[in-house]
Design a protein around this ligand. Structure first.
Ligand code: SAM
Length: 190
């Protein structure tokens, strides 16, 4: 079974827009306990690579030796360095982020923190995604969502919003999906 209910949300997003292909390299931010890692590993198969980052420990995924994990804070430059080394020069095909802040219950603060994490993920996507690559990021709804969506739209062929059925209970979270990275920086183009 999957380690999280989020796994079903990712499966639904993949069915909606087609994220993964065999042999892909996937970067998964905020990956603990590992449900998304399991789904991504199934989709990319034995020739793929899945790299998960979280400041919480991710228990070993015994069934998937294509999965590598980094324990670190994604807002920390040292974590970004470690990720850079693991991803390597070929870059990534898909960057997905389910990162969420610790909830305070204060709506605007939780939203602001969520958007901040979303921007960190977007930065990682811009650095590592090759041309044609896809990006998924979870954000809590609020006033800065449109701005983040506009920023993402500039880097991808199109961007869309999705609230998977599997996440309807916590109605404030949505996923922004950037499809088909337009022009990758030198070095990660494939
Ligand atoms: N997608 C995961 C799964 O399917 O198992 C569930 C992810 S959970 C909703 C959100 C995760 O984001 C938490 O494990 C949390 O530790 C992580 N997170 C939040 N802020 C982070 C940060 N700055 N750096 C790394 N991970 C972070």
């Amino acid at each position: 079974g999957y380690r999280s209910r989020s796994a079903f949300k990712l499966k639904q997003l993949d069915q909606q827009v087609g994220l993964f292909g065999p042999g892909n390299t996937v970067v998964d931010l905020g990956a603990a306990p590992g449900g998304w890692l399991q789904v991504a590993a199934e989709e990319v198969g034995d020739d793929g690579t899945v790299i998960g980052v979280d400041f919480q420990r991710i228990r070993d995924l015994e069934d998937h030796d294509t999965v590598e994990t980094i324990k670190g804070d994604m807002t920390d430059d040292r974590t970004k360095d470690r990720l850079r080394k693991l991803v390597g020069e070929d870059g990534a095909d898909v960057v997905i982020s389910d990162m969420a802040p610790n909830m305070t219950g204060e709506y605007s603060l939780d939203h602001a923190r969520s958007v901040h994490l979303g921007r960190q993920a977007f930065e990682v996507a811009c650095e590592h995604l090759g041309t044609g690559g896809d990006f998924v990021v979870k954000v809590f709804q609020g006033q800065d969502l449109d701005d983040l969506q506009d920023e993402i739209a500039e880097e991808f062929q199109y961007v869309q919003r999705s609230s998977p059925d599997a996440s309807r209970d916590s109605s404030s979270e949505i996923y922004l999906i950037g499809k088909h990275r337009l022009t990758a920086p030198l070095g990660v183009d494939d």
